[in-house]
Design a protein around this ligand. Structure first.
Ligand code: SAH
Ligand code: SF4
Ligand code: F3S
Length: 433
């Protein structure tokens, strides 16, 4: 009988891809199959996120539950960003944990498995050319890492301390991985990196100088590849060349994530984001002028230390001007090993909560308007998921989720769909072809 692996993945898409890599390595080299029930697992992995405080405290209570209810000889491993920054502290607080494996060390998964109490958290470990075994949780869409780590020093962010400095993955490896995914049936690739449009600044070996625009052009030459998405681009690196390629290359999906963080130039400076409110709005204007159907999503942090009412008003102002289709908004959470954790001009927690509520309410106001305006329109939808309620769902080029009544033969196909009703996160429609 095969050994069973239970893996829980928190955090961002890069963590999801890391989990796919670990599943592949464990399957090919150790014969593990995945299970959804941790009680029958021989190996339990938690792939953690430490971007905000809450998930860290949750980790230890969850580990306690796993330890109490797991199979007697099952192993527990803690992986990901919290593993990187807490290291052996995890085994001190939870001595039953068998190993700790940091983000960017995932290729060592089959080694740590056999080294009791090992802690592998070198944030400069270079996996940029490691030939991972292949596993994809969806046959229709392939997540592909294009860089690891992050070279920025945003003052609130722990990621550079958990994933180390930025190293790009060689262009030919990325193109090869995309071509293979397409051969295996995927029609969409989703490129991943903390700053995708900073691609090509540093490789670990000798490689020709290339940039992100060049990578996008190369990928779009792959026959059978129909859609390219990516996250996250950084507003600072959104030069005209990149925006023009985005707008004119038909394979690039017209949905752009533009992480604003704050609309106040002063706060952006304190965050060390490298751009101003004006630059951000200028980039949005350029983008919308040559790509009018683009949908734009963003990340916003409210109540960063020193954020005044006027600063927050600037964020609301950018919200009203850009009308983001989707926002991921959070209250500022002080993180260890960051510059901002030492800032003393903290915002009162009640004010912080009130700002978050106000921001989200404003978004709800115009997002309803945006979604309702889709009724009656026809979109090309790439179907990717079979739902349990008789619907099949997928996405439009500009990233609306759409569902129709149907069955699995729709999966992996592009079909025209006319929208018949709209709810905030899902449009419902009928096939028209
Ligand atoms: N590289 C990406 C972001 C990665 S972290 C970028 O630059 O956009 C994902 C998001 O978490 C960030 O965009 C930010 O909005 C949020 N975040 C990061 N650190 C945070 C903190 N200390 N408190 C609250 N939110 C934070
Ligand atoms: Fe964090 Fe900034 Fe790097 Fe994004 S760009 S991962 S927010 S340090
Ligand atoms: Fe979280 Fe690490 Fe991603 S901190 S958001 S899992 S890079």
């Amino acid at each position: 009988m095969s050994k069973k692996l239970f893996i829980e993945t928190l955090g961002c898409a890069m963590n999801s891809r890391d989990s796919e890599h670990m599943i592949a390595e464990l399957h090919e080299k150790e014969g593990y199959e995945t299970t959804d029930d941790f009680k029958e697992a021989d190996l339990i992995l938690i792939n953690t996120c430490s971007v905000r405080e809450k998930p860290v405290s949750k980790l230890f209570s969850e580990l306690g539950v796993f330890n109490k209810k797991k199979k007697a000889d099952a192993k527990i491993g803690v992986c990901g960003c919290t593993a990187s920054h807490l290291g052996d502290e995890i085994i001190k607080r939870a001595p039953y944990v068998d190993f700790v494996l940091g983000a960017r060390n995932v290729s060592k998964i089959t080694d740590v498995l056999h080294k009791p109490k090992s802690v592998e958290i070198d944030i400069n470990y270079d996996e940029s050319e490691f030939a991972f075994k292949d596993f994809r949780s969806s046959p229709y869409k392939a997540y592909i890492n294009i860089s690891i780590g992050c070279d920025k020093s945003c003052t609130y962010c722990i990621v550079p301390k958990t994933r180390g400095e930025e190293v790009s993955i060689p262009l030919d490896l990325i193109v090869g991985e995309a071509a293979k995914a397409v051969q295996n049936g995927a029609k969409e690739v989703f490129l991943l990196g903390q700053n995708v449009n900073n691609y090509g600044r540093r490789f670990s070996g000798e490689h020709k100088r290339v940039n992100f625009t060049h990578l996008l052009k190369k990928l779009s030459e792959i026959d059978g590849l129909e859609r390219i998405r990516f996250t996250s681009p950084h507003p600072f690196h959104m030069d005209d060349e990149f925006i023009e390629e985005f707008a004119t290359n038909p394979k690039i999906c017209k949905s752009m994530h533009m992480p604003l963080q704050s609309g106040s130039t002063k706060v952006l400076k304190d965050m060390k984001r490298g751009y101003s409110k004006e630059w951000f709005l200028n980039r949005v204007e350029k983008l919308k002028s040559i790509c009018p159907d683009v949908s734009i999503s963003t990340d916003i942090i409210v109540a960063f230390p020193g954020e005044s009412d006027e600063d927050f008003e600037d964020t609301l102002d950018v919200m009203r001007k850009v009308k983001f289709e989707q926002i991921f908004s959070f209250k500022y959470s002080p993180r260890p090993e960051t510059e901002a954790q030492h800032y003393t001009n903290v915002v009162d927690p009640d004010v912080a909560s009130q700002r978050l509520t106000q921001l989200q309410a404003l978004h709800t106001e115009f997002v309803d308007e945006i979604t309702n305006a889709q009724e009656g329109k026809t979109f090309k939808v790439y179907f990717e998921e079979l739902n349990s309620d008789g619907y099949v769902s997928g996405r439009t080029d500009n990233n609306f989720s759409v569902r129709v009544k149907g069955s699995e033969e729709l999966l992996g196909t592009f079909r025209d769909v006319k929208i018949t009703s709209c709810a905030r996160t899902m449009l419902t429609g009928e096939l028209v072809d």
